[in-house]
Ligand binder design. Sequence first.
Ligand code: NAD
Ligand code: SER
Length: 337
Amino acid sequence: MRIVAYYIFLPNILKLIFKYKTMKNILIIGAGGQIGSELTRNLRDVYGDNHVVCSDLRPLKGQDYERGPIERIDSTQVMQIATAVKKYNIDTIYNLAAILSATAELNPMLGWNVGIGSLVNCLEVARLFNCAVFTPSSIGAFGPSTPHDNTPQDTIQRPNTIYGVTKVTGELLSDYYFTRFGVDTRSVRFPGLISHLTLPGGGTTDYAVEIYYAAVKGEKFVCPLKKGTFMDMMYMPDAQKAMIDIMEADPSKLVHRNSFNVTAMSFDPEIIYNAIKKHYPNFEMVYEPEPIKQAIADSWPNKMDDSCARNEWGWKPQYDLDRMTEDMILNLKKKLL
Ligand code: NAD
Ligand code: SER
């Protein structure tokens, strides 16, 4: 009788366990920004509207946010994160709250307090409530003494910006929480991200977004960086896929965790300008380098080697410069004209 009951109930028990394991309840912190505004929609498409809670310090308005739960969370306040994690039975946190490189250089303490405050709070809550945590690192985690070409996964990290200091600290702390407490922390070092939905929040790579807005609006572009300033870049759809794929990756295949080099293209202002000129032959650009942004850009890699991400969890970007340029222009025309 016991054996019969076992075989009748086993499939249902397995179904329940399987459902629990694949059904994520996700909290996005800093969902109002350039990355989070698109991550909210994409995670909801994958995991369901009610399984993705979006949160930010600023009010979140619009269709993608209103599809599911919204919370106002200041991530420097640990209790606010813990309360939301408990309320929604969260098992995965995407921690996106930070002050980007150029803005942080103008207010270093704000950069530290938001970047590190948010991270430490997320890690502590994750430790107590058994959550996985994704916190993006950046090309900003490298500095002037890092090899600038084919920057290896494991190399010198001595950044000279407060943004970079928070990113290296974040990588180390995330690895520490994994090895010391078993918190499932994973992340990538994003390059400059280019997108058309939400404007970037004050970084050094923002010019590569702003140049498209100028071209589509028929304006002359004033470039804040010098000709010959090469940096890694990526189109937002690839960045979104990277964030979902790394959190779904088979942990037994991960040699690294925090953080993987990922890149899709490397260009300087002249190269992106010429790619846009194929669509707008009369487009004009002048150079007026801004000292803070130029110094930051000069300290970052020209091009990273992302072979560890490719080998360990199958990273492969879909967009190169020409394909991204076509898509950016198409979408900005719809948005702006
Ligand atoms: P963003 O500036 O566009 O968005 C950050 C969001 O965090 C904003 O909506 C802001 O309101 C929110 N925020 C700020 N302080 C907060 C607080 N105390 N509590 C809660 N929310 C707060 O930034 P982003 O471009 O979306 O970047 C997200 C993450 O990705 C950051 O860690 C950033 O360093 C990293 N990153 C971004 C890029 C890029 O090119 N966008 C590249 C590399 C790494
Ligand atoms: N886009 C980011 C910045 O320039 C790179 O981390 O700050």
